[in-house]
Design a protein around this ligand. Sequence first.
Ligand code: URA
Length: 233
Amino acid sequence: MERLDKFLCDSGVGSRSQVKPILKAGRVTVDGAVVRDGSAKIHPQKQKICLDGNPLGGKKRIVGMLNKPAGYVTATEDKDSTVMELLPPEWISMEVKPVGRLDKATEGLLLFTNDGDLLHRLISPKKEVPKVYYAQHEGTATAEDVAAFASGLTLRDDTVCLPAKLEPMGAGESLITVCEGKYHQVRRMMASRGMHVTYLERRQEGNLILGDLPRGKCRLLTEVEVLSLDGKG
Ligand code: URA
C-alpha cells in the first residue's frame, strides 16, 4: 500500500504541489471512483488508477494461459480441486480469473486475466472467437456429420447451434471448431450425431495456439498475442 499522491508523483503526473490541484479537481479515479485525498492509501498492483480516464502504469495486467489437465474445476472456489491451484502465487495475488470455462474432464487451453474489461470482451457472445477442439469419440465422423455441423446442429434438447466445423481425422478422432460456448457444447454436438466423446482438448482460441505448453503449466501471453486475441492485432 502507498499514498495516492506519492504514486501520482512517481508515475510522472507532477510534483506534490502540482498533483494536489489535480486531485482536488476530481481528475483522479481509483477503480473508477474519484479520490481527492492525496493521503489515501492505494494498492497500485491491484487497483486501476486513472488520470482523466487514462490508466497510470500502476496495476500490472496479467493475461496468461494454462494447459488445463483433466480433474480440475474451472472456478475460483469449489469443493473439488480448481484450476486456481495450478497458477503461480503471483497470478493469484494479482486476482486473475478464468476467461470462460472448460469442463472438469476437458484439457487444454484456458485463459486467465485480471483485466475485467478484457475478460468481458472475450466472453461476450458478440465476440464469437473460434475455438478449436480435438476430440476422441466413439464411431467415425462422416460427410453427413460434417454437413450437419456446417448447417447448424439441433441438439437433443432442441437447442440450435451456430454453424460449426467438423474435420474428421480418421476413426474416432476429429477436430471441431465452434464460435460459441454453450454448456458441454462440443460433447453435446457430437452426441447429437451419435458420437460419444471420450476425450476432449481445447487447442486454439482465435489465433492463440496451445502449442507445446506442458499439461498443468501456464505462461504469460506476449503483447502481440494479447492484441490479436482482443481483435486489435
Ligand atoms: N465443449 C465441451 O463439451 N466441453 C468443454 O469443456 C468445452 C467445450
